[in-house]
Design a protein around this ligand. Structure first.
Ligand code: SAH
Length: 238
C-alpha cells in the first residue's frame, strides 16, 4: 500500500478533497493510506506552542525546530522520502510525481506562518518541494496537490486514463485539445479529422496540436523537447 503521512497543525484539512472521487474510492479500497498527524501534539508547554518570533526580528512567526523534530521522529522511521512543502523548494514535476508514485509513499511536512526553523530541515533531511512560484498561507494545500498527483498514478486508481502515455508532460508536451458531443457547439464543429475514423490521421493531428500548443504556451518545455529530439549531429564530410 502506498502510504502518505502528513505533519500539519491542521490535520482536519485531510483527507479533504482526497476523500472524494477516485482518490477517495481508492483510499477506502486500501490502495493508499493517509495519516494526518498533528504537530501540536508534540508541543511541551501548557499552551501547546508550535511557533515563536523570528530570530533577528521581523514580522510573523516561525515553527519551532524542537517541536517539529519530535513530530517527525514520532511519525516516520521508514525510508520514505521526507518532503517539506516550501516555495523555496525544487519545483514539482510530473517526472518526480511518477517516481514518488512508484515508491512506498511520502512523508510530507506542512509549514505555516513564515515557515520553519532552518535547522530542522538539515537535521531531519527534509527535501524542500515547491508547487509553483507563488506563496500559499500553508503547506497543506500544496501537500494535497502533491498527494493527489501521486495517487492518480497508482495502479487501479484511474484505470487506463492515467496510464500517462498521452497526458500533458508525459512526453514533455502539453496535451492536444479534446472534444466530445455535441458535434456542433454554438456553431463550432469538432475538427473533422477526429470524426474521420482514420486513426493514423488522428494520431498525427494530435501530435501536431500538442507541439503547436507547447511551442505557443511553454517555450521552456518546447526548448527541452527540441533538445531531446535532436538527432546527434552528423560527422563532417571528408
Ligand atoms: N516566508 C516564506 C513563506 C511561508 S508560506 C517564504 O517567503 O518563503 C507558509 C508555508 O506555506 C510554507 O512554510 C510552506 O509549507 C507553504 N507554502 C507556501 N507556498 C508554497 C509553495 N509555492 N509550494 C509549496 N509550499 C508552499
Amino acid at each position: 500500500m502506498w502510504r502518505a503521512t502528513v505533519l500539519t497543525i491542521f490535520p482536519e484539512m485531510f483527507p479533504g478533497p482526497l476523500g472524494l472521487s477516485l482518490a477517495g474510492k481508492a483510499l477506502v479500497a486500501g490502495v493508499w493510506s493517509l495519516d494526518a498527524l498533528d504537530i501540536r501534539a508534540h508541543a511541551t508547554d501548557r499552551r501547546n506552542t508550535v511557533d515563536d518570533t523570528p530570530a533577528g526580528g521581523g514580522p510573523g512567526l516561525v515553527m519551532k525546530a524542537d517541536v517539529l523534530a519530535r513530530a517527525i521522529d514520532a511519525a516516520a522511521s521508514d525510508s520514505r522520502p521526507r518532503l517539506l512543502m516550501s516555495p523555496r523548494g525544487t519545483p514539482l514535476t510530473q517526472a518526480r510525481v511518477a517516481a514518488l508514485a512508484k515508491g512506498d509513499g511520502v512523508v510530507v511536512v506542512c509549514g505555516r506562518y513564515e515557515g520553519i526553523d532552518e535547522r530542522v530541515i538539515a537535521a531531519r533531511q527534509l527535501e524542500e518541494v515547491s508547487i509553483g512560484d507563488y506563496v500559499l498561507s500553508g503547506g497543506e494545500i500544496a501537500a494535497l496537490a502533491l498527494i493527489d498527483a501521486c495517487v492518480r498514478l497508482l495502479p487501479g486508481v484511474m484505470g487506463k486514463q492515467a496510464s500517462g502515455a498521452e497526458e500533458s508532460f508525459a512526453d514533455g508536451l502539453l496535451e492536444y485539445p479534446q472534444y466530445t458531443r455535441p458535434a456542433v457547439f454554438e456553431g463550432q464543429p469538432i475538427p473533422e479529422v477526429l470524426t474521420s475514423g482514420d486513426h493514423a490521421k488522428v494520431r498525427a493531428w494530435r501530435q501536431a496540436e500538442a507541439e503547436r500548443l507547447t511551442r505557443e504556451r511553454r517555450p521552456d518545455l518546447w526548448a527541452a523537447y527540441e533538445a531531446r529530439r535532436k538527432i546527434a549531429p552528423k560527422p563532417p564530410k571528408p
